[in-house]
Design a protein around this ligand. Sequence first.
Ligand SMILES: [Ca+2]
Ligand SMILES: [Ca+2]
Ligand SMILES: [Ca+2]
Length: 340
Amino acid sequence: MKTPLFKLRNLTILLFVLGFVACSTDNDQVPIEEPPVDNNPYVSHISKVYDYMPAIGQFTNKLPVFEIGDTKEIMIKKAEEMIKGNGTKPLGMISLGGFGGYVVFGFDHTIENKPGYYDFRVLGNAFWANANPNSDASSRGGSSEPGVIMVSYDSNKNGLPDDEWYEIAGSEYSKSIKEYEITYYKPDPNKAPVISEAEFFATDVEYIRWEDNQQNSGYKVKNQYHEQNYYPGWANSHKITFKGTLLPNNAVDESGIGSYWVQYSFNYGYADNVPNNDAVSAIDIDLAVDAKGKKVHLPGINFVKVYTGVNQESGWLGEISTEVAGAYDLHLLGISIKTN
Ligand SMILES: [Ca+2]
Ligand SMILES: [Ca+2]
Ligand SMILES: [Ca+2]
């Protein structure tokens, strides 16, 4: 399969060039030093993918491709092939689907937590919009699909991710809902699709039913751009539940008529939130907190889990779904970004 460099929706948003530039946000908590040239598409220090389960999404079963008969183990291997670097061939990309879809990977060495410096970076496919109809926008936007990052140190030294996990407390940590839970129900392929004039892009506005633990429920929409099954093809159960920290919605219909959606970036601390060569995509291990929100100091990390952190449909752009295209150790590459 030829790996698409961009999502179709990302390419399409580029066609909506209207002549404004989204304003940068002023925030003294974000890295101020730009990294040297480091957007090398060949570098990832991931050595193994331990787990992969996307949620519902327009790229689920496509990135990576699911073929009839593929087991979860095969899909994990396919995900690994995409995001494990070998230094010679370009990396691929995996999609995590909507809220909760995740990947767990590890490195062949401990990424050191250098005091006062950002330590690693998760690669995604975020990019800034060329234009934004809202010239008063207070943050940078375009295609930002923030994923929550969790880290773990191999404290029992057995080479396996069976140690305690810590969340990287990004800029939205205090505004997020902890212990959020969402359940998606497997769609019945024989169900008659529901069409809505308002959602011109949709081929079924009641495609996949979902319920969360905050008394919300709704449907995930199927769009005309992606016709495959959006429910993971290897998941046999009639429903699938994901848990985690829910970030605020970040997509806004800036046109007011559904034609121009901007997915705004958060200030710091997430995957697939800003472009890979932007200093804000760097992560400081000292942002890690335990399950009670208490700061922890880790000597380094061996494992990372990334999951889609937002539960939002952004019109014809589809659901907010984090992509992962690798990860690397900033220190190993000689990239030095101070935390203040
Ligand atoms: Ca650090
Ligand atoms: Ca371990
Ligand atoms: Ca993305």
